[in-house]
Design a protein around this ligand. Structure first.
Ligand code: FEO
Ligand code: CA
Ligand code: CA
Length: 636
């Protein structure tokens, strides 16, 4: 394992460190059993501990397209890997930094100095740290970007504190201010794109912003605290990872590793109700937290004093980016888990369908279908709360079903409890354990959706946190999976609200140089020229090409030799072809993607860079870059 550098640690790295799993690795056994990559793509075979029949788990169109010598649809020459501290894009394209952690969003935020650690005052007037999911909204001639700030590097933000451990309520407040969400206006001028400082739309939303709790779990006893005896008003949104966009023009921010912010000043909470402690165990809420130490200075995060506060995070939050005075809404109808993103599509009848991944080893893939329907200009009341939450079961024969989560199907006492403890509900109905579901993206040109399954070293090694066994299965076919794959499904009757689907694998990442003869070499559309590991962010452009961002091992050594820094690639769903478009600075992950209204600019997030990127000196700073074509042509 690499040395741990606290200045370049992703939230997922935190999970590794704070929830360590055994390093047991029965790799040799897997390699012996595994069959050739050509066999994987060529037809039925048995491999993995479950002897899974893979006849349907194929990328059926790849070989055919290659045989015909089809020209690809990518208007650029793919780039090589990189290992340096820079962003690279193909010839004919340019990338420039749009905004960095600590840049002022308001003129009274000027002077905030990240190198000095910055004062508390002003820490909610600047662009937050560790940019993640983002969406662009066109509104009355303005272009607004809503973007997440997933977590904060305590050590760099609190240089005066020992090892970045908060020593005061002010230290905690500063960390809280630098995370959450930014809404900002961007505009193109003579010198390219820039942030409009002091735009009337500018807003920072952080760990103390008031939020309405809506939906079936609102007001339930498990949601009530001393400060909010009604259980309907919470403070803050946190560990905002991926994003979503509703058809009616609002932003969805997704609360992922919320567990790390909580701790207890009075031990392990053994005197709490069994249901609460069982939930703590399943969601990873411990007495020590992940080192943020909020609980020592802010009682809201002390589970000894506020045992229900963790139930009020782990949700999806809706924000109106056009109204800086609006109150964000936590939609409990969408379930509570470690949310990656929220991909919203409409069924032919207008039902709102939301696909959501729970990013933890052996957890699940979910879908919500609204009871009501929406059409442009119609009411949005209740659309993200009144409906049914489902979890996916993937069968090894290439079919699958969405299993409804209700008191009847789960044996749980109420719908509120089903939603608050969605993971336990999903376990109760026998959902398929997955290799860490990250972003889901729906094809803009076909009725199908894709999910990045980033990696899972525990596949075939140990159960998930709920005790569900995790043998290799259809869409998760490799034990000790360090590379990841992308599964896609096509709903029955071309309707995302249908309860059944067919699935296959769009790509299995791997290293064909290190593993030329087995499944760890990846699927046939992975070559020495485009290989990568750990697909994470994903979005379709308006042409139906899928952009894939990675958050993996960028050591460029051993199993990962030849894969270089984290990167962004683009894939063609029709042919399976994949080409490398962008490489990030060493140490970073590439996460978050949206386009300008005219599709001539692409905004890409660079989180936790290493080196001194982008300034060339001083601290590395997470930033958004804007990529354009030198000839001014469309870029997606
Ligand atoms: Fe925040 Fe699963 O990435
Ligand atoms: Ca992610
Ligand atoms: Ca990740």
């Amino acid at each position: 394992m690499k040395d741990i550098d606290l200045t370049t640690l992703s939230a997922d790295d935190w999970d590794e460190i704070n929830s360590p799993r055994p390093e047991e690795n029965d790799f040799d056994r897997v390699v012996e059993r595994a069959v050739s990559r050509r066999g994987f793509l060529g037809g039925a075979l048995a491999f993995g501990s479950g002897a899974v029949a893979m006849s349907a788990g194929l990328l059926s169109s790849t070989s055919a397209a290659r045989a015909e010598g089809a020209a690809n649809r990518f208007p650029f020459t793919p780039i090589d890997i990189a290992t340096d501290s820079a962003v690279h894009v193909p010839e004919g394209y340019t990338s420039e930094v749009l905004v960095r952690w600590g840049d002022p969003l308001f003129s009274d935020g000027e002077g905030y100095d990240v190198a000095e650690g910055g004062p508390v005052a002003g820490s909610d007037r600047v662009f937050g740290e560790n940019t993640d999911g983002m969406e662009l909204f066109s509104y009355q001639g303005h272009e607004l970007i809503a973007v997440n700030h997933e977590y904060t590097n305590r050590k760099t933000n609190l240089p005066a504190a020992q090892e970045g451990t908060p020593a005061s309520a002010d230290d905690v407040l500063k960390l809280q201010n630098l995370q959450g969400v930014t809404v900002m206006e961007v505009a193109q001028g003579e010198n390219g794109w820039s942030v409009v400082v002091d735009s009337p739309f500018t807003r920072r939303i952080h760990h103390n912003t008031p939020m309405e709790i809506a939906g079936p779990a609102a007001g339930h006893d498990l949601m009530k605290t001393k400060a909010d005896p009604e259980g309907t008003l919470s403070l803050g949104t946190m560990n905002n990872c991926g994003s979503g966009k509703t058809p009616w023009g609002t932003y969805l921010t997704c609360e992922e590793n919320f567990n790390g912010y909580f701790g207890s000043t009075e031990g392990d909470g053994a005197d709490l109700p069994e249901q609460v402690t069982a939930g703590y165990s399943r969601y990873g809420i411990g007495a020590d937290g992940w080192g943020y130490d909020y609980h020592k200075h802010d009682a809201r995060f002390d589970t000894a004093k506020n045992p229900n506060e963790p139930h009020r995070v782990g949700w999806i939050v809706e924000i109106d980016p056009t109204d800086p005075d609006s109150t964000p809404i936590k939609h409990t109808g969408l379930g509570r888990f470690k949310h990656e993103n929220a991909e919203v599509v409409l069924s032919p009848e207008g039902h709102v369908v939301v696909y959501m991944g729970d990013d933890e080893r052996g957890e699940f893939l979910y879908r919500f279908v609204s009871t009501g329907t929406w059409a442009p200009g119609g009411s949005t009341e209740g659309l993200l709360d009144e409906g049914t939450l489902f979890v996916a079961r993937f069968n090894d024969d290439g079919t699958g079903e969405w299993l409804p989560l209700t008191p009847e199907t789960t044996g749980m006492a109420s719908m509120a409890e089903v939603l608050i403890f969605a993971r336990m509900a999903a376990s109760a109905v026998g959902a398929t354990t997955m290799d860490r579901p990250e972003w889901v993206a729906a094809n803009t040109q076909a009725v199908e959706a894709y999910c990045c399954l980033t990696n899972n070293k525990n596949r075939g090694v140990k159960p998930n946190a709920g005790g569900d066994e995790t043998p290799a299965n259809g869409p998760n076919p490799r034990d000790t999976n360090n590379y990841g794959q992308i599964v896609r499904w096509r709903p029955s009757e071309d309707n995302h609200a249908s309860d059944s689907f067919d699935w296959d694998l769009f790509v299995m990442a791997g290293n064909p140089e290190v593993y030329p003869t087995n499944s760890y070499g990846g699927s046939e559309n992975v070559t020495a020229g485009n290989m990568f590991n750990s697909p994470d962010g994903m979005a379709f452009d308006s042409n139906g090409l899928v952009w894939i961002q990675t958050d993996g091992d960028d050591s460029n050594e051993g199993e990962f030799a030849g894969q270089g820094n984290n990167q962004m690639l683009v894939g063609d769903p029709a042919t399976g072809e994949i080409a490398r478009f962008l490489t990030g600075p060493n140490g970073s992950e590439v996460t978050g993607l949206c386009w300008s209204a005219d599709k001539r600019a692409m905004f890409v997030g660079i989180q936790h860079p290493g080196g001194a990127w982008p300034d060339g000196a001083g601290l590395p700073r997470s930033s958004i870059v804007v990529v354009t074509r030198d000839d001014g042509a469309l870029i997606g």
